[in-house]
Design a protein around this ligand. Structure first.
Ligand code: PHE
Ligand code: NA
Length: 452
């Protein structure tokens, strides 16, 4: 079915940039980037990550925006339109929308944890408490299924109420409110970090490259994260690109979004590590960095009561603007391909995400003994399927399609126009050779590693 009604577009360039940056800037920047940097030895990892963003992430982001804007369809419909029929490439759309579906279900549970922590911070659960008590709050939370489900539900309802408003009145409007707030909060926390006693150590940790700590595994981690952090392979950028005006310079738009995402990840690291060092804690504490170490830090710092509230609000806003892009990517499919109305599509998909998220929320309590893939819990299994398989598979298909099989060379050239003369050839080289090769390598090693 082709979609001939006039399609809603972003009202302004800034609106698009903020919405797309809102999708990109999420838990990946503020939770994951700092902790994987911590685990992989700091500066050298940051360097490798920047190279992965530039050579693989950015070209694929531009390819996704291009596909969306050119076809003005959801991620599945886009490939029908490009090929003029249902072909093998439809699988790229399906894998992307499937990834968005799976990721939203568990992303929302983790986002629910951040809401719980905003609440904890507000009622002063951290300030002045001994370390064991503060750290214990996290184990307490993940042991509590109903509590997680309640926050997960609240979070999904927030997403639903934004996405139901549509492109301009929902997503764009809220991105224009939440993103500046997010930026202001981050700036405060960044300045706080830079003024703290650990500033020097934090800076050294983030920027002094120690190549001895860099393993081949770190390189893969950096590549995989480049994908996740830019919201690639999950239909989000194709869908957001489909609302982008033809007047926009796509190269500049993609570059801005990637720069914002990277800048915010670096700022998050510089907000977090200095204060971690200031109270003499370990920077390499893994996934618990945000939910265990940071609350302990704030329980000991002067002004920690307020800082904790600001920090977890920041995290919640980041998660919300990302989750709405995951929901919108699926909603667009039902609207464009199935002819559903927006309210029905949004309600249905939000409900489904809620239901599928429930076993994730129960993964470390009632369903603790249920292993889906190998020894993995439900949560770890769905994360594995989405992050290790669906995202790279979608990315690989998209890079191959755009680099080798999209017949409209002139179109591609035109879509990439706007940069300097070298931008099209550079992009084309990266999307043809570098990106598919890099993604194929990640996919191979991830499969090897998980033995699935
Ligand atoms: N890019 C987001 C992050 O860094 C994650 C995300 C992926 C959000 C896909 C939306 C879509 O956290
Ligand atoms: Na990100």
């Amino acid at each position: 079915m082709s979609n001939q009604q006039p399609r809603a577009l972003w009202a302004s360039r800034l609106g698009f940039i903020l919405a797309a940056a809102g999708s990109a800037v999420g838990l990946g920047n503020i939770w994951k980037f700092p902790y994987i940097t911590g685990l992989n030895g700091g500066g050298a990892f940051v360097l490798v990550y920047l190279v992965c963003i530039a050579l693989v992430g950015l070209p694929i982001m531009m390819a996704e925006l291009m596909i969306g804007r050119h076809t003005r369809r959801d991620a599945v419909g886009a490939f029908i339109q490009l090929e003029g029929r249902r072909s093998f490439w439809l699988s790229a759309g399906w894998v992307s929308v499937g990834a968005a579906f799976i990721i939203l279900s568990y992303y929302s549970v983790v986002a629910g944890w951040t809401l719980d922590y905003v609440y904890r911070a507000l009622i002063g659960s951290f300030s002045g408490q001994p370390t064991e008590v503060v750290e214990g709050l996290f184990s307490g939370l993940i042991a509590d299924g109903p509590r997680q489900i309640a926050w997960h539900l609240l979070f999904i309802v927030l997403c639903l109420s934004i996405v139901i408003g549509g492109v301009q009145k929902g997503i764009e409007r809220w991105s224009k409110i939440l993103m500046p707030l997010l930026f202001a909060l981050l700036l405060l926390l960044f300045v706080n970090g830079m003024l703290s006693d650990g500033a020097r150590q934090g800076l050294a940790f983030m920027f002094r490259p120690d190549f001895a700590k860099l393993t081949p595994g770190s390189v893969l981690e950096a590549l995989g994260h480049a994908f996740f952090t830019l919201s690639l392979g999950m239909a989000a950028m194709i869908t957001y690109g489909s609302y982008l005006s033809r007047q926009e310079n796509l190269f500049a738009a993609g570059l801005r979004v990637a720069l914002l995402d990277t800048g915010i990840a670096l700022m998050a690291g510089l907000a977090i590590f200095p204060v971690v060092f200031a109270v003499g804690l370990e920077p390499a504490s893994g996934p618990g960095l945000i939910f265990k170490t940071i609350p302990v830090v704030f329980s000991q710092l002067p002004g920690g009561y307020l800082l904790a509230i600001l920090f977890f609000l920041l995290l919640s806003f980041a998660a919300l603007t990302s989750a709405i892009s995951l929901l919108e990517a699926q909603v667009a499919y039902l609207i464009d391909e199935r002819g559903w109305g927006r309210p029905k599509a949004t309600g249905f998909l939000a409900g489904l995400a809620f239901v599928v998220g429930i076993p994730t929320a129960l993964s470390y309590n009632s369903l603790g003994d249920w292993h889906l893939i190998g020894e993995r819990s439900f949560f770890d299994s769905v994360d594995l399927i989405a992050s290790n398989y669906l995202l790279p598979i979608a990315g690989l298909l998209i890079a191959l399609y755009v680099g080798w099989f999209w017949k409209g060379t002139e179109e591609k050239e035109e879509l990439m126009a706007g940069g300097a003369g070298w931008t099209y050839p550079a992009w084309h080289f990266l999307i043809r050779y570098v990106a598919p090769l890099a993604v194929a390598v990640i996919l191979y090693y991830k499969m090897e590693e998980t033995g699935v």
